[in-house]
Design a binder for this molecule. Sequence first.
Ligand code: AMP
Ligand code: MG
Length: 420
Amino acid sequence: MSEAEYLTVQEALTAVLAGVSVLPAERVPLLDGLGRVLAEKVVAQDSLPPFANSSMDGYALIAADLDGASKQNPAKLRVVGDVAAGAVPDVTVERGTAVRIMTGAPIPSGADAVVPVEDTNEAWRNRERPLPEQIQVTRSVKSGDYIRHPGEDIEAGQTILEQGHILRPQEVGVLASLGVSEISVICRPRVATLATGDELLEIDEPLRPGKIRNSNGYTQAAQILALGAVPVQLGIAGDTETAVRQKLQAGLEANVDLFISSAGVSVGAYDVVKAVLEQEGNVGFWRVRMRPGKPLAYGTYHDIPYLGLPGNPVSAMVSFERFARAAIRKMAGHTQLDRPTVTVTVQNEIHSDGRESYIRAIVTSNGSGYQARLTGDQGSHIMTSLVKANALLIVPEGVKHVPAGDQLTAWMIDWPEAVF
Ligand code: AMP
Ligand code: MG
């Protein structure tokens, strides 16, 4: 396609996002919806609570019977029955009587309040304990006290979750309480990862002269998994057009929604990815004014979106964070695409070359604000400074020097927006 152009990070991101769309929906068992985006609204079929029940272990009674009751002057009530959680009461509470009741058990007819066991002379929470004939109650209650009313939380017919809502554990719990065992959510993106380079060995191969193990393929698969998407590892393609073509073909056969490759997109003599994509795809090669991570390829391969990231491990991971992550989240139906950011005070001075820079750092809070310390060598091959980091400090484009004590925006790589 075109000659490499220089783009800002924002321009590159806008272009990448324009090329991907939200995937279709599928019906899945409730738990498989965790972290995913609802494709349709959910209307409650039942009310919650479904029936009036007790919020305490105690005695169901008529509040008026306790008027004036106190420790000195307890009210005496005849106990006429016992109702456990899950049972259906078969007695009616009349004036001067009470029914022992467990938390969550239905309120028997006639009763309009519950008094907790602690406020009686029968302060035992033991179902096995024989039912007393009479109790003494040492306080008064108001009508309705300690009763959970039907529909207090959710009314049948109410829209409980809107389309686009992200399912977290609490949404899963609400849906379970409403008997929703299957839900319609946006499909998980299937994302192919391809590592290119004659120098690459498989993870379990011993090192040989001139060779390194393929780490990018694993970093990327892990990043894809962490997003709740499905990695399809295409493995390693050597620096020949045939090898690259063959692996990409395997990706097509695996029905992937997005291709991500690492390396082979710069201007090196062996960068064959470019050659293959120029023949069989519609891919542009850009230089992004970003550090690390200058080269970026984006377009389609046989109509499937394609993102070619740089080869250096840190560049690959940071480019994924910045571009691939947003694309995958968009495909999965999310609208919040970037990591959360916070403003930090930097504790080290930082030099940059004027490109928008992503500096590996550890961000901590002292209670009144966030501080950031750099985690060491910022070379694009130094993975350990990324291992020590929980954030990337963004030095804006055009800034070449940040003195210690200045403030920067930190991109929090360990903070999810919501569950993945
Ligand atoms: P390239 O983009 O092909 O010029 O690669 C840039 C650097 O990244 C070189 O030092 C490569 O050896 C390294 N590299 C490329 N792919 C991988 C990979 N999958 N895992 C680890 N390092 C890689
Ligand atoms: Mg290479």
